[in-house]
Design a protein around this ligand. Structure first.
Ligand SMILES: NC(=O)c1ccc[n+]([C@@H]2O[C@H](COP(=O)([O-])OP(=O)(O)OC[C@H]3O[C@@H](n4cnc5c(N)ncnc54)[C@H](OP(=O)(O)O)[C@@H]3O)[C@@H](O)[C@H]2O)c1
Length: 252
């Protein structure tokens, strides 16, 4: 059975998603494929889920490729992007979704966790963009999944994560200036609480989080994916350098 949208917006485009095997990233892979894009994506710990997602996309009539590459490893990440671009002959859309969440009070927070947070959540966005734009033409798209925690971190223990997501606001602005003359847009999507393995709706914090929002519910991965598909498409060509919230009013 085909999963194609009735009026697909990304036919003949090729996308690369960092961290696409689970959660928000997997929903983005599904949605971009449903819009007609060929989608390569990376994973680290979930080869079975990654392969199952490739099979699902193919069963829907699409094309997908899963590549094992740790976003903290610049060489592996660049290689994955070049494999995708060379396998499919082009690259139009980069989605930087891979992210880690390490929580803990400053007195106990390990520097290894601090460094890994920066490497996966921030440095990988710079590295992947450097590599991906070697292949992109006019109309290219760089979309990063930041977080509403760039705007508001209402709990103790989230300093490193909030810092990493705030860094993406500035990185997005700067990259948009570097790439604007080439007609490539760069944007940062900032979700609020979304039901995934990282932040389950049934988790310890869920009810407290809902109490902090204008819309007292968790977001769905499909809602974030739909926003990403819009930014990836031709109708979003005048949006760049922006950090855009999809957070149920968490930051309102
Ligand atoms: N869920 C939320 O409430 C929420 C809110 C705001 C922002 N975000 C952001 O949204 C993004 C996705 O979050 P999620 O909730 O979907 O997380 P998740 O459920 O933990 O899934 C993370 C995905 O990223 C991959 N990944 C993790 N570390 C990686 C690395 N070093 N290299 C390559 N891939 C890696 C994982 O691959 P494996 O399966 O192989 O481990 C998995 O596919 C993150 O950037 C997160 O900070 C999430």
């Amino acid at each position: 059975m085909s999963n194609q949208q009735s009026n697909p917006s990304l036919v003949s485009k090729v996308a690369f998603v960092q961290g696409g095997s689970r959660g928000i990233g997997a929903a983005i892979v599904r949605r971009l494929a449903a819009e007609g894009a060929t989608v390569a994506f990376t994973y680290v710990t979930s080869p079975d889920k990654a392969q199952a997602l490739v099979s699902e996309v193919e069963a829907g009539g699409g094309r997908a490729l899963a590549i094992q590459a740790d976003s903290a490893d610049a060489v592996a990440l660049k290689q994955a992007i070049s494999i995708a671009a060379e396998t499919f002959g082009r690259l139009d859309i980069l989605v930087n979704n891979a992210g880690v969440l390490a929580l803990g009070p400053v007195e106990e927070f390990k520097l290894d966790d601090f460094d890994r947070t920066l490497a996966v959540n921030v440095r990988s966005v710079f590295v992947a963009t450097q590599e991906a734009v070697r292949y992109m033409k006019e109309g290219g798209r760089v979309i990063t999944i930041g977080s509403t925690n760039a705007e508001r971190m209402p709990f103790a223990g989230g300093a490193a994560y909030a810092m990493s997501k705030s860094a993406l606001v500035g990185l997005t602005k700067g990259l948009s200036r570097d790439l604007g003359a080439r007609g490539i847009t760069v944007n940062n999507v900032q979700p609020g609480p979304v039901d995934t393995d990282m932040n389950p709706d049934s988790g310890d914090f869920a009810e407290t989080l809902k109490g902090l929002m204008a819309l007292p519910r968790y977001g769905k991965v499909e809602e974030v994916a739909s926003f990403v598909a819009y930014l990836a498409g031709p109708e979003a060509g005048y949006i760049t350098g922006a950090s855009l919230s999809i957070d149920g009013g968490f930051s309102a």
